[in-house]
Design a protein around this ligand. Sequence first.
Ligand code: PLP
Length: 425
Amino acid sequence: TLSLSDFDKELAQAIQGEESRQEDHVELIASENYASPLVMQVQNSVFTNKYAEGYPDKRYYAGCEFVDVAERLAIERLKAVFDCDYANVQPHAGAQANTAVFLALLKPGDTVMGMNLAQGGHLTHGNPINISGRLYNIVPYGVDIQTGLIDYDEMERIAIETKPKMLIGGFSAYSRVKDWARMRQIADKVGAWFWVDMAHVAGLVAAGEYPSPLPYAHVVTSTTHKTLRGPRGGVIMAKGQSEDFYKRLNSAVFPGVQGGPLMHLIAAKAVAFKEALQPEFRTYQQNVVRNARAMAAVLMQRGHNIVSGGTDNHMMLINLSAKPYTGQEASDALADAYITVNKNSVPNDPRSPMVTSGIRIGTPAVTTRGFTVADCEQLAHYLCDVLDAYEAGTLDTIKHEIREKIVTLCRSYPVYQVQTEPAQL
Ligand code: PLP
């Protein structure tokens, strides 16, 4: 058989380059993780070849007896992980799961309240450039600028004033616990659906390390590839609602926003959900939070301003608005030293979303590879060293030394045990 490097050298080299990058650079992007070798294996299976429009036992195509097994396993395990009674595992990604919720519950033009993207919300929660913001009348809520915490009284005031049909909980950049019970009360007060997109914290919720929104929300969506550590994908869940409501959600996914489901990814979701039911998964999530707290403590000790003063989950935002450099520059400087983060707007950001005044940091990926609290403290010091050197104009003199330390640290915790080229230091 022809090898990829014989058939397609350029692509083979790109994959090898990415393998080396993932092994030798520190991954601090809060939405990323390393899927297990079994998840990787299953998403590469023959299920990729199969069309299976519809749902188990109700397909539009013949030959679905084996993909049905995979999808049923994924559904039953997802229900067990989150203690719920409805699960749809077909959304190709988080964005599709979210679009399906809008389609199932609202009509174009309806008013919806979502967390402001600039203050921690997600694009699909009503940003004007996303379909959610183009088809619906979005009223944003946000955080108290002084404390960095969600202002629920203000949220309630806005809800009473604007009477949304749906209130969205969930976030991409918020390091504290959201009060699901309070949000449900607000939604009930104005007769709105309460939908939670728990994409970021799903793994923590699965392990009991973050409050589950399922007892409070009418519907919950998530991605499967962040803290949940599965293949890339989306899911929809609910608890205690009517069969009719579940049917609406199913038909919003297919045929509403999608065609044939990605059965290889659904099978890989089934494996990931089985992993999430193991006791080690809970230990992992506890370590994710411990590692995040350890990093936040060092960053604050070294003079950085963390939005809301710390973290209760897997991530934190460093507010750089008082610094002479932008989030973009910070992210570039860190990348040059093999530390991968993303720039991120901070509440009341004086700079544009293209450059921002913040960086977002998360510990799911480094914890998967085995970093301890001591490693994370050390890593936070390297991160501060890089930013200090960037500010002093001396990054070029220290970056080779930092790269070497990062590569050494990473190589003590290999991810996939692949053979990689020596790193360029
Ligand atoms: N929802 C939240 C809260 C997210 O943070 C993200 C991705 O970052 C998504 C949805 C979108 O997921 P996907 O990239 O799989 O479409």
